[in-house]
Design a protein around this ligand. Structure first.
Ligand SMILES: NC(=O)c1ccc[n+]([C@@H]2O[C@H](COP(=O)([O-])OP(=O)(O)OC[C@H]3O[C@@H](n4cnc5c(N)ncnc54)[C@H](OP(=O)(O)O)[C@@H]3O)[C@@H](O)[C@H]2O)c1
Length: 297
């Protein structure tokens, strides 16, 4: 069976992410139309073979698949407002950072104007677009995701999280939250060691090795939390409570902020005083979820 021809793709928004995205489509042989508020940012892409649209409306009209890596929700609404009549029959892929509610609002707006809508979150940096390191999250129209999966994979490996248009943003924020906790933990550790003469640069490779090992522990943590089975873990609440307490004491004695670990200490104290000191560390999950204790075995 012959492969379906490559459809024309439009990229609206040529910032740090939009330029490598449009470039990846050109490299992959897709006829590509681009539009950006500051037109000069398209010049290198035009030299690479892209077609320049004079307006956002012209850009939307040019392709069935319209990809929008603009700055944020408000920018997308503003840039696409006048292009709404051209949206009918198109698939709009909004890659701007957004809240789940804004994604749902935009999906309803796109549907009102006869377009299929996919919301996307880019777990990538400009330099990891179209490389195996980056990945993008999507939610919204299932038919659109299925129809255009091949095109979406030109930008990054694509993961789909269901028809709720807000779901990709929820996953994005959850991943950011996990990342922030790890990175803030690293910065605390770097401050502590810096106060003792080990520079952050020297410490970084050791921390990377340790955090890599921690990541391998995630499936076990997930199994315990997912099944609310906290009795057979080797790393108990009380054991970790003592370790976190020592860390806070050392931080205090070294003149280092204790803000990063106080909330964790409070969670562990709470589990312990509720009689769960011998449960696995992962049982902190029960305090974090919306209905504490409702699924415990
Ligand atoms: N950069 C990253 O590392 C990264 C990583 C993952 C996700 N993201 C997300 O990707 C999205 C794009 O980020 P970026 O880094 O590419 O941003 P950026 O470099 O600042 O580019 C912003 C884009 O939005 C356009 N824009 C801003 N205000 C506008 C307006 N009022 N009307 C029309 N166009 C407007 C800019 O046009 P002009 O060129 O005319 O200013 C430009 O095309 C953001 O939602 C960001 O959170 C970024």
């Amino acid at each position: 069976m012959s492969e379906r021809p490559k459809p024309r793709v439009t990229v609206i928004g040529l910032g740090r992410m939009g330029i490598p995205i449009a470039s990846a489509f050109l490299d992959a042989g897709y006829p590509t139309t681009v539009w950006n508020r500051t037109a000069a940012k398209a010049d290198a892409l035009i030299a690479q073979g892209a077609s320049r649209a004079a307006t956002a409306t012209e850009a939307v009209a040019a392709s069935q698949l319209v990809i929008v890596p603009l700055l944020d929700h408000h920018t997308v609404r503003e840039a696409l407002a006048s292009a709404a009549p051209a949206l009918r029959g198109r698939t709009l892929v909004n890659l701007a950072n957004s809240t789940p509610d804004h994604a749902r609002e935009l999906a309803a707006w796109a549907e009102e104007h006869g377009a299929d809508y996919l919301d996307g979150a880019m777990m990538a940096l400009p330099e990891t677009v179209a490389t195996p390191e980056g990945f993008f999250l999507y939610s919204g129209s299932q038919p659109a995701f299925t129809a255009y999966r091949r095109e979406l994979e030109v930008m990054a490996p694509a993961h789909y999280f269901g028809t709720d248009p807000g779901a990709a943003e929820v996953h994005d924020l959850a991943l950011l939250g996990a990342g922030y906790a790890a990175l803030t933990g690293f910065l605390h550790a770097a401050a502590l060691l810096d106060s003792m003469g080990t520079t952050p640069e020297v410490f970084a490779p050791l921390a990377a090795r340790w955090l890599h090992g921690m990541a391998e522990f995630l499936p076990e943590l997930a199994r315990e939390a997912g099944s609310a089975t906290y009795r057979d873990g080797v790393s108990t609440v009380d054991l970790n409570r003592a370790a976190v307490d020592s860390l806070i004491q050392l931080s205090r004695a070294s003149g280092i902020a204790t803000d990063v670990h106080e909330p964790l200490k409070a969670l562990l104290d709470s589990r312990s005083s509720d009689g769960h000191g011998q449960d696995s560390f992962s049982s902190v999950f029960e305090l974090l979820r919306s209905s504490p204790g409702s699924h415990e075995g």
